[in-house]
Design a protein around this ligand. Structure first.
Ligand SMILES: [Zn+2]
Ligand SMILES: [Zn+2]
Length: 145
């Protein structure tokens, strides 16, 4: 790894939040400590950290890629409107699902459950509902800053 300092700052930014940040969020945070860091550098470091197994990627269709510093087993709830991701505080029992996968002759390597929905800011009838992609962006910033 060429620049350890950049990597450390990026890793700390992801680990310091429960918000499952996007690369742009991490970039804004990392820039406070390394003012000349670029979004490309942040993105590259995030991908390398994910490949190294130090953080997790959360892939969600066309929504921005998000990252999770919490490697322990846990469920997620994701808003299909603004893309925010939160941990679900429920007891985790994955035995049935994993047994079913093993019955299909899969070697189980991991387990991730995601509930999709609309967060309070994105639900119809709410005054602050985002109405465009720009609106969704500002909702994301409201929620995650
Ligand atoms: Zn939302
Ligand atoms: Zn999480």
């Amino acid at each position: 790894m060429r620049n350890t300092r950049q990597r450390e700052v990026v890793l700390e930014a992801v680990r310091a939040t429960m918000e499952h940040p996007t690369a742009e969020w991490v970039f804004r945070r990392a820039r406070r400590r390394i003012p000349n860091i670029s979004l490309g550098t942040v993105y590259r470091n995030l991908k390398q950290l994910a490949e190294a197994g130090l953080i997790r990627e959360i892939q969600a269709g066309s929504q921005a890629l998000r990252f999770d510093g919490n490697l322990g087993p846990h469920h997620h709830v994701r808003c299909v409107g603004c893309g925010r991701v939160n941990d679900l505080e429920v007891p985790l029992d994955t035995r049935r699902e994993q047994a079913a996968a093993r019955a299909m002759d899969f070697q189980v390597l991991g387990h991730h459950v995601e509930v999709q929905g609309l967060c309070p800011a994105c639900r119809p009838g709410r005054a602050d509902r985002p109405t465009s992609s720009e609106g969704a962006m500002s909702a994301r910033q409201r929620t995650h800053e």
